[in-house]
Design a protein around this ligand. Sequence first.
Ligand code: UGA
Length: 441
Amino acid sequence: MKVTVFGIGYVGLVQAAVLAEVGHDVVCVDVDENKVARLQDGEIPIYEPGLTPLVQSNYQSGRLKFTTDASEGVSHGDLIFIAVGTPPDEDGSADLKYVLAVAETIASNMQKYKIVINKSTVPVGTADKVREKIATVLQTKNKNIDFDVVSNPEFLKEGAAVNDCMRPDRIIIGTHSAKAETKLRELYAPFNRNHDKVIVMDIRSAELTKYAANCMLATKISFMNEIANLAERFGADVENVRRGIGSDPRIGYQFIYPGCGYGGSCFPKDVQALIRSANSVGYQAKILESVEAVNYTQKEKLFEYIMGHFDHDVKGKTVALWGLAFKPNTDDMREASSRVLMEKLWEAGARVQAYDPEAMEETQRIYADQPNLKLMGTKEAALAEADCLVICTEWQAFRAPDFELIKNKLKQPLVFDGRNLYEPSRMKEYGLQYYAIGRGL
Ligand code: UGA
């Protein structure tokens, strides 16, 4: 099938590559000339396991193309995805200007029936706005062309994006058009094997499903962080509580890991956006407000532990930091807990020696002018002459380190762990003073 994807970000690029891989003929359009040129040279702008060979092989086979030419994109695709960003505007609402600009471009260049598919995470009612925009532009151009707008939210996770897209848990299709439903079922047929993963519903419910999923997951995390904070005060161990409640299948083991807060480009933005959307229809989303508030304070947790330990004076101290990305297997630093920690440490006069397996370049780009940040080539090098070690991201490479080496390299045998990677009793045996989240401090 002929497919066009507007917006070559995480979602757009992965979706396009995966569709090309199963045989569809895909054109990707982006306004960023530099990004398009890099992709045409085989350079992938993001770190995502498995993505580079997928993009390169499909580009070489001609099933995946990149262009800045919107009219070429519109004339190519019978199905046109909108996968551009919806950044938060000043009050946290999702800003739809890019989505609506693409809708306008599609309408301006459209010559025959098209199915326009919203892939971006967009507030409930956006498909209606996209439909209105296209209809208005067609009307002013005196063009009488039929089209459908579909909501088809994406549920991929960074770091596992290719796999998530290849093997989706569900394929949500929000549409009122039988014709569009048939076409989308055909498009996704290669991913819909074994059992039917397609769930068809009305457009507004599909739009809300996306927010509800992310907000539910964020709620699980903030809830568990709250329990961790209680465990700490009661002298209990949240890791035992986690295992205890996760064994109930109604609760489940996933997304109940306490830590130094959730980050990334989705949870913080989507929780905020749903709070704002709720306000706009006269409803106060109290649970979500609390989810956000708990996460905000949780991101300051490691800094509080450090300040408490050093009697509220870290001036001149050097902190070794393992993990910069907002989670493992990505180089994404958006809303990362490490940023809150580093910025607070710098403000308090401390220096940071950091290591991350993938996010060093991105960190360098963000903090290019920060004199109190040193990026180190290995996790061991980051320890040299530091006053303590702090862990912000649970990369596999941090799970079984050489504890003797940590003790010998640090000036003090002191570890602050924002992801609960180690057993407190083992740390004690190694002679390391260990602060973790909610583990009966
Ligand atoms: C999230 C959702 O998981 C995807 O399903 C969704 O499609 C995506 O947002 C999106 O809207 O595009 P992602 O932002 O890539 O995916 O990251 P997650 O793996 O969900 O992790 C988010 C944050 O929660 C990370 O900072 C992670 O460290 C934290 N987390 C996760 C915890 O603190 N505890 C947990 O138990 C799980």
